[in-house]
Design a protein around this ligand. Structure first.
Ligand SMILES: [Zn+2]
Length: 430
C-alpha cells in the first residue's frame, strides 16, 4: 500500500480544518476537491450536490407537526427565496471568497462535504451513492443559522450553529461536524438505515463510531492538521491532542476522545447514549492507527526496536507519556518528513481497511466483534495478516468479543443521531 497524497488538481477551496473560534488566528487551508476546475456552478453546485442559503426559512427539515398535531415531514427542495449563491472565480475556483461572507460560508459547506466524499471515495475506490437516491439525485446543502444542530437527512445536509459564550459557533464552518454527518450518509448508503424495530445497541454505537472515524481520517488529509499533530506530539499520539478532539464546539461540547480508554464492560448493565457507547470501538480503531504508525516507523528505521518494545510495554500506563515523550522528541527531530509519511500510510491503511470491512457488514447482524473479524479478514487479504495481532489485541483491550452491552436505559434522547430528522423518510412514515 502507498500513501494517498493530496489532490493537486481540481477546484480550490479554502477550508477551516477546525472550528474557527477554537483558534482565532487560524487561517483556512487551501485545498483541492476532485471537481475539475470550471465544472462547478454557482452555489456551489454540481450533478451531486447544490447549496442553498434560504431567506426567511422558519424551521429545519425533518419531522414536524401541522396545526392539527398531525405529523408533517418537511423535505427538500427549498423553493423560496435564497441569498445570492457563491460564484466561482474566473478560473472556476472558490478560494477567492472572504471569510465572514455568506458566499464563503456556502462554499465552505460544499467544500467540506466534497472533500470528505473525495477522501472516502478513494478508500472505497468507487463512487459512494446517496442513500436517498430513490427520491433525490442530488444532496441539498442548506445553511440555516437559526437551527442549533447539523444533520444529514433524506436528501439534505442542513447546518446551523450555537452560541458559545459570546461567540456564534457555525457548524457550516466546522469541518468535523460536516464530515461526521457525511459519515452517517456513507454508513446509511453502505450498510443501511436503522429501522424503528432495531434494538441492537452495537449497531447504534457502530454508527456514531463510524461517523467519527470518517471525520477523524478525513481531517488527517489536511496538511495543517497532520503537521500540528506531529509538531505537538513528536509522534507520541497517545498524548491528548488536537487529533482526538472532535467537534470541539458542537452540541457535543464534551470532548469525545478518540484516544479514550473506555471498555465495553462499562456498558454491560446498560447504556443511555450511542455517542458514549461508540467510545470503546472508536478507541480500538485509534489504537490500531497508532500501532500501525509505530510499525511503519520501525519499518523505516525511524525509531529503534528498543523504543518500540518499551512503548508496547508501557502502553496504557501512567508513565507512558513521561517516559516516551523525550524518546519521540529525539527521533522525530531527526526525520519529521519520515514521521509524516509513516502517519499518512497508517491513516490510509485504516481508511482502506474500514471501507473494505464496512462492505462485509450488514445492519441486521452487526456487532463490534463482527467489525473485528471483518478487519482481520481484510488484513489477511491485503497483507497476509501482518496486522492481525495489532487488530485483535486492541479489540480485546476494549473487551470487545468478551462482553456485550446491556439494554438501553433511557428513552431515545433528543440528541440521538439515529431516530431523528436524520433517519425519517417519506417511506418510513408509511
Ligand atoms: Zn452522529
Amino acid at each position: 500500500m502507498a500513501v494517498m497524497h493530496e489532490q493537486t488538481t481540481g477546484t480550490r477551496f479554502r477550508l477551516f480544518p477546525q472550528a474557527p473560534e477554537v483558534d482565532e488566528d487560524q487561517q483556512p487551508e487551501t485545498v483541492y476537491v476532485s471537481s475539475p476546475s470550471g465544472s462547478l456552478m454557482p452555489g456551489p453546485s454540481d450533478e451531486r450536490m447544490y447549496t442553498v442559503y434560504p431567506v426567511g426559512k422558519q424551521t429545519h427539515y425533518g419531522m414536524h407537526e401541522n396545526e392539527n398535531g398531525e405529523p408533517l415531514l418537511f423535505l427538500p427542495p427549498w423553493h423560496a427565496e435564497v441569498h445570492p449563491p457563491a460564484q466561482p472565480g474566473p478560473d472556476g475556483h472558490f478560494d477567492h471568497l472572504e471569510p465572514g461572507t455568506r458566499e464563503f460560508e456556502s462554499a465552505h459547506l460544499f467544500g467540506c462535504a466534497r472533500f470528505t466524499l473525495d477522501v472516502w471515495e478513494r478508500y472505497f475506490d468507487r463512487k459512494i451513492e446517496w442513500h436517498f437516491r430513490e427520491d433525490y439525485e442530488r444532496l441539498e446543502l442548506s445553511l440555516l443559522p437559526s437551527v442549533d444542530n447539523a444533520f444529514m437527512g433524506w436528501g439534505f445536509l442542513e447546518a446551523g450553529g450555537i452560541k458559545v459564550e459570546e461567540n456564534y459557533s457555525a457548524f457550516f464552518l466546522n469541518f468535523d461536524v460536516i464530515a461526521h454527518e457525511i459519515g452517517h450518509g456513507i454508513i446509511y448508503s453502505e450498510i443501511g438505515m436503522p429501522s424503528q424495530d432495531d434494538d441492537n445497541p452495537e449497531y447504534f454505537g457502530f454508527h456514531e463510531s463510524a461517523a467519527d472515524l470518517v471525520a477523524l481520517l478525513a481531517s488527517l488529509h489536511f496538511d495543517s492538521v497532520t503537521n500540528a499533530v506531529l509538531d505537538n506530539t513528536s509522534g507520541n499520539l497517545y498524548t491528548l491532542n488536537r487529533l482526538s478532539r472532535f467537534a470541539e464546539t458542537s452540541d457535543n461540547t464534551q470532548i469525545r476522545l478518540a484516544a479514550n480508554d473506555q471498555v465495553l464492560s462499562e456498558f454491560v448493565d446498560g447504556w443511555d447514549s450511542e455517542h458514549k457507547l461508540s467510545q470503546p470501538l472508536t478507541g480500538a480503531m485509534f489504537d490500531i492507527l497508532v500501532d500501525v504508525f509505530h510499525e511503519n516507523l520501525l519499518d523505516e528505521g525511524l525509531v529503534s526496536a528498543e523504543m518500540e518494545d518499551l512503548s508496547d510495554k508501557l502502553e496504557g500506563s501512567d508513565r507512558y507519556v513521561a517516559v516516551m515523550q523525550e524518546k519521540f522528541d529525539n527521533f522525530y527531530r531527526q526525520n519529521p518528513e519520515g514521521f509524516k509519511e509513516a502517519l499518512l500510510l497508517a491513516r490510509d491503511y485504516l481508511g482502506t481497511y474500514l471501507a473494505d470491512a464496512w462492505r462485509l457488514l450488514d445492519s441486521e447482524t452487526l456487532t463490534y466483534q463482527g467489525v473485528n473479524v471483518a478487519l482481520q479478514d481484510v488484513d489477511k487479504f491485503i497483507t497476509g495478516g501482518r496486522f492481525n495481532r495489532i487488530i485483535s489485541n486492541n479489540f480485546r483491550m476494549r473487551e470487545i468479543g468478551l462482553v456485550k452491552p446491556g439494554p438501553r436505559l433511557e428513552k431515545m434522547s433528543p440528541n440521538s443521531h439515529l431516530f431523528s430528522d436524520r433517519t425519517v423518510t417519506p417511506h418510513t412514515l408509511g
